[in-house]
Design a protein around this ligand. Structure first.
Ligand code: NDP
Length: 301
């Protein structure tokens, strides 16, 4: 196994890094809040670094998983930055659900130093990260992907080459825009059905054996909405960012996209209303409040 650094021990980065630590890899971790990296290191036997430059020293592969591409770009420069120590021949694999333009800019900067870049966002959620069954969608040179594939296979069960740098980001954004549409549309339909006298559990039972079903109707609504559990696994702020990237992509490609643009607007407003820490499925509560009923019965609060 190559020498790996993992930067960004958030909700999904932590279980991804755990698989690398468990794989007898020479692993260094870094996190903006150092205490998290120190706790991870104490727990797993990995080493923790205090700066990105320390983490990158002598590494073959750097994996980043931060909220947005610009956060990754900001790690490159300065005496504590990745470029201060990252050797030529290394590969930066960015698992952030990023934006294609920033990824292309990062790739160009790294290429000047002989460092390769892949955008490699993941899907499958925290549960998929824990189970090491993530899908990894990769943009960049397929030969570089072949070199780092064993690292990605530690946390991903499907590694898909999607195209040039930025292709993984673009595909991930569209996937998540569809997720957002399904969450919002299912919420509108179920609130209307509740008010019309059709219970949500009955409605979901039928929808989930019919053509309107989706991951939202089959998993998210039964497990998180009907139970009112709304666990915090994937922040609404991050889904808002993803839908925005998809809406921008469609505009850049001059594709008429009223549904994407409206979904971006709805999730921007929901994010503003519910704040930075809300989970993505909590967007359902905005629809419930507007509609005056909850999915599963009862008055919306
Ligand atoms: P979290 O918000 O849980 O964690 C974010 C991580 O990034 C933390 O380690 C945080 O450090 C760090 N961070 C935040 N801002 C900065 C910054 N400016 N500079 C350096 N580090 C920073 O995010 P997730 O782990 O949920 O998501 C990470 C990426 O993965 C996102 O792009 C997201 O869209 C994507 N993703 C997430 C999924 C999920 O289910 N959670 C599923 C699929 C993709 P600190 O500890 O200091 O706050």
């Amino acid at each position: 196994m190559p020498r790996v650094a993992f930067l960004g021990l958030g909700a999904i980065g932590t279980p991804m890094a755990r698989h690398l630590a468990a794989a007898d890899t020479d692993l260094v971790v870094w996190n903006r809040t150092t205490a998290r990296a120190a706790a991870f290191a104490a727990d797993t036997g990995a080493r923790h670094a205090v700066t990105p430059a320390d983490a990158a020293r002598d590494r073959d592969v750097i994996v980043t998983c931060l909220p947005i591409s610009r956060h990754v770009e900001a790690l490159l420069d300065g005496p504590d930055g990745l470029l201060a120590t990252l050797p030529a021949g290394a590969v930066l694999v960015d698992c952030t659900s990023g934006d294609p333009a920033t990824s292309r800019r990062i790739a160009a900067r790294l290429a000047e130093r002989g460092i390769a870049f892949l955008d490699a966002p993941v899907s499958g959620g925290v549960a998929g990260a824990v189970a090491a069954t993530l899908t990894v969608m990769v943009g960049g040179d397929p030969d570089v992907l072949a070199r780092v594939r064993p690292v990605l296979e530690r946390f991903g069960s499907r590694i898909v080459h999607c195209g040039a740098v930025g292709a993984g980001d673009a595909l991930k954004a569209v996937n998540n825009a569809l997720l957002a549409m399904h969450i919002w549309g299912t919420a509108e339909g179920l609130v209307a059905l509740e008010k019309a006298g059709v219970r949500a559990d009955v409605a979901l039972d039928v929808i989930n054996t019919s053509s309107g079903r989706s991951n939202a109707s089959m998993n998210l609504f039964p497990e998180r909405v009907l139970t009112r559990a709304f666990p915090r696994t994937f922040r609404l702020a991050l889904l808002d960012k993803d839908v925005g990237i998809a809406a921008d992509l469609a505009r850049e490609q001059q594709v008429p996209s009223p549904l994407l643009q409206l979904t971006a607007e709805l999730f921007r407003l929901a994010h503003g209303e519910l704040g930075e820490e809300a989970d993505h499925v909590e967007a359902v509560q905005v629809v419930e409040r507007q509609g005056g009923a909850t999915v599963g019965g009862g008055q919306a609060s």
